[in-house]
Design a protein around this ligand. Sequence first.
Ligand SMILES: Cc1cc2nc3c(=O)[nH]c(=O)nc-3n(C[C@H](O)[C@H](O)[C@H](O)COP(=O)(O)OP(=O)(O)OC[C@H]3O[C@@H](n4cnc5c(N)ncnc54)[C@H](O)[C@@H]3O)c2cc1C
Length: 331
Amino acid sequence: MSQMDRVVIIGAGLAGLAAARRLKAAGYDVLVLDKGRRIGGRISTRRADGYLFNHGAQFVTARSTEFSEICLSAEQTGKMALWDIGRKAPCFSGTPDMRGLAEMLGDGLNIIQQCEISDIAVIDAQFQLTDTKAQHYQARHLLVTSPAPQTARLVRPLSDEAASIAEQARYHPCWTVMAGFATPCDGLDQIASLSGGHIASATAERARPGASGLTQSLTLQANEAFSAEWLEAPDTDSIIRMLMAEFGRISELTLPEADYLSAHRWRYAKVEQPVDAQSKRLFDVGAASGYLGIAGDWHPVSADIRPATGQRAEEAFLSGHSLAEALISTR
Ligand SMILES: Cc1cc2nc3c(=O)[nH]c(=O)nc-3n(C[C@H](O)[C@H](O)[C@H](O)COP(=O)(O)OP(=O)(O)OC[C@H]3O[C@@H](n4cnc5c(N)ncnc54)[C@H](O)[C@@H]3O)c2cc1C
């Protein structure tokens, strides 16, 4: 493998990790750069004050062969387990942290976290990336897997076509509330993926497989209408108050006072409008010797015969995987 086959991938979410694994297996020299503190993007787990919250994706479904293999391997290594929450497709949860899936996918990859790319140029036929700490990274090929609005901004100086494709996608926001309880709460641990009123999903983290040792905690995700209406709320206290009250109403539980309370605003949570299914993924950028590629849940690949919606992590994984296949086929 020549040094010229270095690929830099922006994003260590499922799309970036899927692409990185496939390219590494094909012999490319792969470097993944991610602005987050931890691997996984929206497959995310927060630990705070002795509590655990899966505040991004609640579970993953596996319909395709590629992603089913990944989930089965996560199951065999104890990172995930089947979780029966009454859905048709097999649902897998982390045991209990969802981020375990991303950690498994990232194992053996060269990944730099807390590296936010702010500028990209082509210099001497190579992509040159600059992060917010003024560090530079060079590569022959560049794959960008950040959410669509961020991707559009990053790739605009390289390719109007790629940026215009990314600009077609739209996201729903999501307000998430996390509550931890030092005083035991009867009935809470049976709550899994409960919905109603403003709440799209309420889950007691102890309801997950492998989670019985956790301290009692609750993760609430608001529905799209509520999240859009309150997206720019100046303080999180009112969001917490409204969603905790709504949970009390739909669950009919009397909660003790929470020992830990926090809210997280996902500006880009689930895809509302993916890009057209026929849109290009790989671009020949004039001055560069290699290719620019784009992937992510907003440029999804369907897991079965139904059209992709971009609403499931599996489709983000398949998007990254198929971008890697496209790059390999240019050799
Ligand atoms: C609240 C919520 C609930 C969800 N529930 C489910 C569910 O139950 N089931 C399901 O299947 N899916 C669910 N999803 C959707 C699923 O999480 C996503 O579709 C999937 O994880 C997206 O993966 P991705 O790799 O495309 O993007 P991401 O996971 O967003 O990864 C993109 C990465 O790019 C990085 N990045 C962005 N800009 C830069 C930059 N300039 N420089 C460096 N790095 C950068 C980010 O740090 C991030 O890690 C949910 C999502 C949310 C937010």
